[in-house]
Design a protein around this ligand. Sequence first.
Ligand code: PEP
Length: 253
Amino acid sequence: MAARVKALVAGNWKMNGVKASKKEVAALARKLAAAKKKPACDVLVCPPATLISTLKEAAKGTKVAIGGQDCHAKESGAHTGDIAAEMLKDAGAAYVIVGHSERRADHGETDAVVKAKAEAAHRAGLTAIVCVGETEAERDAGQTLKVIKGQLKGSLPDGASARTTVIAYEPVWAIGTGRTPTPDDVAKVHGAIRKALEARFGGEGAKMRILYGGSVKPSNAAELMSVPNVNGALVGGASLKAEDFWGIISAYL
Ligand code: PEP
């Protein structure tokens, strides 16, 4: 029988947001507080690093957690423009996304780099959200499962546990395009991820959260979130406005 796993709905603001955007987190927190029935999921917002402390303050005393979008593998040093996991933690983050396909594509991040970043997150006491996903060409070539298994093998630290690590399956061709895989396709990939996690991490692998990401919106969230082994969502565009993000969180009401 599948392990009971509390879902996570995480918003990735990417390179969007200024101080005034804290009103969206405040609005989200109000919706959460006002809901008669509380959603059966954790809620996370990952803004640009410049906003972590501002949003942490806006979310104070609420159920909204704050996270980073990337971190450096090292704790400190001569790495101009980079941010250590410890700095994210210090600013108020509880999670950090690593290995997002935009980082892999725009910054040439390999599985080994992503793994080092996930280890850094763990070292700092952050939960790492490790992203994997195939490109459209890989999908068309029937390589999806091979690619995903390879990314999991190379990107996940050996000591990963359900508390410290979340997986996000994000088909690259579905990110920001309005296109999504069918629920059957999502079920196949998430089932294969679960199997790989259990084979490597045993009982911890059975409990690790596996998020689906890629064009999740209020209109498709309930269907996607009801797929077996989908334990929440990683949401880009639709997480920027509290109204839309709440529409996705509502899949867990
Ligand atoms: C993402 O960037 O992680 C993402 C899933 O984006 P979107 O929801 O906009 O497709």
